[in-house]
Design a protein. Structure first.
Length: 84
């Protein structure tokens, strides 16, 4: 079972600490809000992903298990998620 990153865009305050810990999968937009790469997290990045989730001060970033390995379907994105 793979894991994916989910962002709650309502909670996210754009602190940007997650992107510092996981630049391979999280970029920041012009306002400092994360843009998350869709799809399963590669095994080699799971520890970094867990740390990125742990440092989020507002619990906006979460890991979620998914049974699919198809990236586009793995991350249901509410309006505005990851792209403010
Ligand atoms: S998800 Fe958390 S750590 Fe990342 S930018 Fe948003 S508030 Fe900051």
């Amino acid at each position: 079972m793979a894991e994916i990153l989910r962002l709650d865009p309502i909670r996210c305050d754009g602190h940007g600490m997650c992107a510092e810990l996981l630049p391979e999968l999280i970029a920041l937009d012009d306002w400092g809000y994360p843009i998350i790469t869709r799809g399963p997290i590669p095994d080699r990045l799971l520890d970094h992903a867990r740390r990125a989730v742990d440092v989020c001060p507002v619990l906006a970033l979460r890991l979620r298990h998914t049974s699919t390995t198809h990236g586009a379907a793995a991350v249901p994105t509410p309006a505005g998620a990851g792209g403010r």
